[in-house]
Design a binder for this molecule. Structure first.
Ligand code: GDP
Length: 367
């Protein structure tokens, strides 16, 4: 009977009563030959590992637990939304643990972006955030690029220790885990075991490392201050790039405006005529207009021509960020989660409007 059955993936006792609890298996799945709890079923069939910790306090507590262990910490980040990949309080918490940063979604960057430059930039950001990683590896979990490099670097840095994978949601941690499972070259079902954390019912994926040590996945933490949180899942496809970004160049005169869908607005207030190169999702509509008409067009077309989002009620008010480019070096203006606009080496006064809480910043050009 069911009470004796255990999930063949993770060994947890199966139950049909509560989909919200561990070990749930739908009644109708009991007619199949292989018994898998829903979580293991999803992992095998859809490559989902996606457990998510909603409670920030519980998440930080778990980080503290990890920080007490003799282990290598691997922080998975999204190169395209580095700010959104950041775990608040991380430096304070894992301070002295050896850290490897895996910067994912390399495939989104056009080939003109030099990898060395990207890596340097990641090191610099980590430094600003108070962390000093032993190494940074760029990869694309989605395309399976540089996965070997990730594995080799983990192997050389872990020095016989367990490895903990951490990251915010949507950085591609699950996709990476699946690539690592594939490369490990063993049957997936061998890899899945439970590892309940104290005080929670969440499981984690553990991949044996061959010396009695494991690579352990942890649930991602949700950040709710990212651009991607403000649009519907369907619209998200327009906002988040899924393919290599094709740069779009605009030669702007002063007093011209670019609208990025209905999410953000870029006013070139003053400066010489110059090119601005937009690195945004290829599917995000860019509309160019005169600054003096911008307010009226915004009012009239937002949610329609200027979308996403189509539903304005969910969007926070826009906040203005004044940016003065000194023209001494090439700089990128970054709108967190949306992309960036590369400016030339010219003086410019720019005002960027983005939903409240969305980070707008500048960095030395990564091209
Ligand atoms: P998790 O929440 O960190 O586990 O993230 P997922 O693995 O579920 O991935 C989140 C989203 O990012 C999904 O839409 C993935 O298809 C996408 N994604 C993951 N890895 C990559 C990558 O290397 N490149 C690109 N372009 N997208 C990726």
């Amino acid at each position: 009977s069911l009470t004796e059955k255990r999930c063949e993936g993770c060994g947890v006792a199966l139950q049909t009563a509560d989909p919200g609890q561990v070990g749930y298996i739908p009644e109708k799945a009991l007619t199949q030959d292989v018994f898998l709890c829903r979580r293991c079923y999803r992992i095998r069939h859809y490559g989902e590992t996606g457990s998510v910790e909603q409670d920030p306090d519980a998440y930080l507590k778990r980080l503290d637990e990890i920080a007490e262990k003799d282990c290598l910490v691997v922080l998975v980040t999204d190169l395209f939304d580095f700010e959104g990949s950041w775990i608040p309080g991380l430096s304070r918490r894992i301070g002295n643990r050896p850290l490897l940063v895996v910067a994912n979604k390399l495939d989104l960057f056009p080939p003109s972006v030099k990898e060395g430059r990207l890596k340097e930039w990641v090191f610099q950001l980590m430094d600003e955030m108070g962390l000093h990683p032993a190494d940074v590896v760029l990869c694309s979990a989605w395309k399976g690029l540089k996965i070997n490099r990730v594995m080799q670097t983990i192997e050389s840095l872990r020095k016989g220790r367990d490895v903990y994978l951490i990251g915010t949601t949507n950085v591609g941690k699950s996709t990476l885990i699946n690539q690592l499972l594939k490369k490990a070259g063993r049957a997936k079902e061998e890899m899945i075991t439970t590892s309940p954390y104290p005080g929670t019912t969440l499981d984690a994926i553990r991949i044996p490392q061959g010396d009695g040590k494991y690579l352990i996945d942890t649930p991602g933490i949700v950040r709710n201050d990212r651009m991607s949180e403000w649009v519907s899942p369907k619209e998200l496809k327009k906002v988040l790039p899924s393919n290599t970004i094709k740069p779009r160049v605009y030669q702007l005169n002063e007093k011209q405006t670019l609208f990025f869908g209905g999410l953000s607005r870029f006013d070139f207030v003053r400066g010489k005529k110059q090119p601005f190169v937009c690195y945004l999702s290829n599917r995000l509509y860019i509309h160019r207009t005169k600054l003096e008409q911008a307010d009226a067009i915004w009012e009239k077309h937002r949610g329609k021509l200027l979308s996403p989002p189509a539903d304005l009620s969910t969007l926070l008010p826009l906040q203005k960020h004044v940016i003065h480019l000194k023209g001494t070096e090439k700089e990128d203006i970054v709108i967190s989660g949306l992309g960036w606009i590369a400016a030339g080496r010219e003086k410019a006064w720019i005002e960027v409007w983005a939903p409240e809480g969305i980070g707008v910043s500048t960095r030395p050009s990564i091209i």
